[in-house]
Design a protein around this ligand. Structure first.
Ligand SMILES: Cc1cc2nc3c(=O)[nH]c(=O)nc-3n(C[C@H](O)[C@H](O)[C@H](O)COP(=O)(O)O)c2cc1C
Length: 375
């Protein structure tokens, strides 16, 4: 029941706590740096950033910390072959655009940069770690990361995905349980069959691979961290818990929605992006899904591009009913606090949860076995 010292050493961490990449603006440089400064690993979710924005974000982080940090991208996938006409999906979202006074929705061209361009920028950032989700890395991408001695982590939602990732040379696997907020990382099978809870997923992946496993999904406090370490995880990755930190970049309406949400108010939806993701149930999610006859939601990333102007305007206007409120099932445990406060609290709680499991109440006489620095 201890964080792997090798894992902590490889990443020069004091605490086995990773701030999940939060693509879309949640992970500001202030948040990333605060987590790294507290001995954890802050991550820049760079999937939607241009190469220039990736370099700028990393430079902002480095102006606030000299500690290690990570960069995350979406693994490249074949371009969405839209077999269906976009007309129904466009018609379906049009009333919401008009409600917010926006021009009529339209499908726009994809971003003017590729995964290879983003990776080339990521390689120049000085990041200690690189993680990815939605698939496997091309061999040349893996080689270029290894040449720079960057620690590489891939996301798995099943044991077979973890095994595939290990074969491609990742240094660790992020085991994403079904409780997790945000997009499902599933790439090797059916989305709904790959909804394995963190408590079942982590030990089964741990039994199947030799690389360290990072537990992710529904972990919000030290009890969850202690449980993950007991299951054999070398570290944990928390997303939702960091979204309500003062440094997070999410709009206030989003933060409030998380702080007020209960554990039964999140659901997996394709309505916003075309790819299954967990978020707090709201009007857009419910109405678009109820209209979906198989043609009302385009495949990722087309639906994501289609709904982006609506989400951007909703963020400006504080309209939570049109925002993708990505959050995990641990929402009831979310708190408004600074990232430094959250990190200090996680460390303290983990230590006391582990002491509780060991059946001792003496905080002074028993050395910490968690690998979690208590100072
Ligand atoms: C707002 C948000 C954005 C996310 N963006 C990314 C991302 O860009 N890349 C990634 O690998 N995971 C992303 N995730 C998923 C996290 O890595 C992680 O699996 C999840 O947050 C863990 O569950 P929790 O939110 O219950 O802690 C995101 C999650 C959220 C909530």
């Amino acid at each position: 029941m201890s964080a792997s010292p090798d894992f902590l050493k490889a990443l020069k961490l004091q605490n086995p706590i990773l701030q999940a990449p939060l693509a879309g603006g949640g992970d500001t440089p202030e948040l990333v740096a605060a987590v790294s400064n507290a001995g954890g690993l802050g991550f820049i979710g760079a999937a939607y950033l241009s190469p220039e924005q990736i370099l700028q974000a990393a430079s902002n982080v480095k102006s606030k910390t000299s500690r290690p940090f990570g960069i995350n991208l979406f693994a490249p996938s074949a371009p969405a072959a839209s077999l269906i006409s976009p007309d129904t999906a466009i018609r379906c979202v049009a009333p919401y655009f008009s409600e917010l006074g926006l021009p009529a929705p339209a499908l726009t061209a994809g971003p003017p940069f590729s995964f290879a361009d983003q990776l080339a920028a990521a390689l120049e950032t000085g990041a200690t770690a690189f993680s990815f989700t939605f698939g496997l890395l091309p061999a040349d991408a893996m080689q270029s990361l290894k040449r720079k001695s960057i620690f590489v982590m891939g996301t798995a939602t099943t044991v077979s995905e973890a095994i595939e990732l290990e074969k491609t040379g990742v240094d660790a696997v992020v085991a994403q349980g079904s409780e997790a907020g945000g997009h499902r990382g599933t790439f090797g099978g059916d989305f709904s069959a790959s909804m394995i809870g963190t408590i079942a997923l982590v030990p089964q992946i741990g039994d199947a691979v030799r690389v360290p496993v990072i537990a992710s999904g529904g972990i919000m406090d030290g009890r969850g961290i202690a449980a993950a370490l007991a299951l054999g995880a070398s570290a944990v990755q928390l997303g939702t818990a960091f979204l309500t930190c003062t440094e997070s970049g999410v709009p206030e309406a989003y933060r409030e929605a998380i702080l007020n949400a209960l554990e039964d108010q999140t659901r997996i939806t394709r309505a916003f992006s075309g790819r299954p993701a967990r978020g707090i149930v709201n009007r857009f999610m419910t109405e678009v899904e109820s209209n979906d006859d198989g043609e009302a939601i385009l495949p990722f990333p087309l639906q994501n591009a289609l709904t982006r102007p609506l989400r951007t305007a909703a963020a400006k206007n504080g309209r939570a009913e049109f925002l993708s409120l990505w959050a995990g099932q641990g929402v009831r445990m979310a708190r408004r606090q600074s990232a430094a406060e959250l990190m200090a609290r996680l460390v303290k709680e983990t230590d006391s949860a582990i002491r509780g499991l060991q059946g001792t109440r003496s905080h002074e006489s028993v050395p910490s076995k968690s690998g979690v620095a208590t100072n």
